[in-house]
Structure formats: structure tokens, C-alpha cells
Design a protein around this ligand. Structure first.
Ligand SMILES: [Zn+2]
Length: 217
């Protein structure tokens, strides 16, 4: 982008820290220096395992200002937050030295996409993809609309809620490949686990996952 347009955009939409709303100064990274110190960061890339998922990483815990920020990203149209989260997730993937052949995301149902107007995990996949130099590919579609996992309650119910809710767009696209699947928040891992099951059934060689934030054990 040329410098004039860039300057104009900064004037019209001054960049703010996605975690605390503080105005950022020129050249300051997308996460302000105060949040940089105070964010609830995971150790060891926040590694977890779930059925069908070899490893799942996340740079942050889903609490405090991280939770508030992700809620705005999901429910209050703050689409641009993806560009602040993306580099953090990408750094976490690099730190964990994950090997993958292609990048995809956990899709919304058509009904929720219509209602929300954007698929936040697709935006996240674009931002992470830009940082990792790997364009996201649509590998899954949601074929059954389900109540939000956040309102579904116990782990058992969450698993039942997402069973058979996803299908592979085309098995040829995943056969023999190691898929990196992105989600925004990991709670019980039921959604990622079900998506990974579908991808492996379609022929994926491996499925690894990454998210912005995870629940603390
Ligand atoms: Zn901040």
C-alpha cells in the first residue's frame, strides 16, 4: 500500500490494541507493550492432544482480556482483529515446529455465516497463512447447523452436538496430506476432534491444530 493511503487509513481508523483498546503509536506492534507483558500466555505453545488430533497449540489462555477480545472478534464485527491474532498464532506454530502440507479452518454453517456476515476462522486462517506464506484452502464444510458449543455445556453433550456436522469438501484435496486446521478458541476439543476425524476418514495423513486461545486445565 502506498504511504499516503496508509497514512490516511491510520488517520481514519487509528490502530488500537485488540486486547485493551489503547491507541497504538506509529510502528508499535499490534499488541501494545502493556498487554505484551500482561497477557495470559501458555507455556510450551499450549500443546494439547485430542482424539484424531496429533497436537493442538495456542499462544494464549482463554481468560480476562483475551476472552473479551475474542468475543468482540466473534460477535461484534471486529474482523480486523484477525490481523493482530494471526502473527501470534503463526509464531506459536513455528515455535512448536509443526510440520504440515496445507492450511484450513473450522468453517461456520451457512446459516451462521449469513447471520454473522463473516467467518472469523477463515479470516484467522488468512492472517496466519500470510504470516506462514501458505494460502488457506477450504477443506471442510459444515453440513448441519448446531447450537453454539459455548452454550452446549458438558463435554459429552459437546461431542454429540458436533457429530456428523462436518464433511470434507473433496477427499482428493486431503488425501495423503498433513493438514493444519485453525480454530479461534479451544475448549474441550470436541469440534477439532470431529473435524480431524472427518479429514482423516477422507484420507488426510495427519491433522494438527492451532487456535488463538485455549482453556486452562
Ligand atoms: Zn493492550
Amino acid at each position: 500500500m502506498n504511504a499516503f493511503l496508509d497514512g490516511l487509513l491510520r488517520l481514519l481508523y487509528p490502530p488500537k490494541c485488540v486486547f485493551c483498546h489503547r491507541l497504538l503509536e506509529d510502528g508499535e506492534p499490534p499488541v501494545c507493550s502493556r498487554c505484551e507483558k500482561a497477557l495470559p500466555r501458555t507455556e510450551n505453545a499450549g500443546r494439547q492432544r485430542f482424539p484424531y488430533v496429533s497436537v493442538c497449540v495456542a499462544p494464549l489462555y482463554y481468560e480476562d482480556r483475551v476472552r473479551d477480545s475474542l468475543r468482540r472478534f466473534k460477535f461484534a464485527n471486529r474482523r480486523e482483529y484477525a490481523w493482530s491474532y494471526g502473527p501470534m498464532v503463526a509464531a506459536c506454530i513455528r515455535e512448536a515446529e509443526l510440520a504440515f502440507d496445507c492450511l484450513s479452518w473450522v468453517p461456520l454453517s451457512r446459516k451462521r455465516l449469513r447471520k454473522r456476515g463473516y467467518d472469523q476462522c477463515f479470516l484467522l486462517a488468512q492472517a496466519v497463512g500470510r504470516a506462514l506464506d501458505c494460502a488457506p484452502e477450504p477443506l471442510l464444510r459444515k453440513v448441519r447447523h448446531t447450537p453454539p458449543q459455548s452454550r452446549t455445556g458438558a463435554a459429552e453433550k459437546r461431542r454429540a452436538n458436533v457429530l456428523d456436522a462436518y464433511e470434507a469438501c473433496s477427499p482428493e484435496a486431503v488425501t495423503g496430506r498433513r493438514v493444519l486446521l485453525l480454530d479461534d478458541i479451544v475448549t474441550t476439543g470436541s469440534t477439532l476432534s470431529e473435524c480431524a476425524r472427518v479429514l482423516r476418514t477422507a484420507g488426510a495423513k495427519d491433522v494438527i491444530c492451532a487456535a488463538v486461545a485455549r482453556r486452562r486445565d
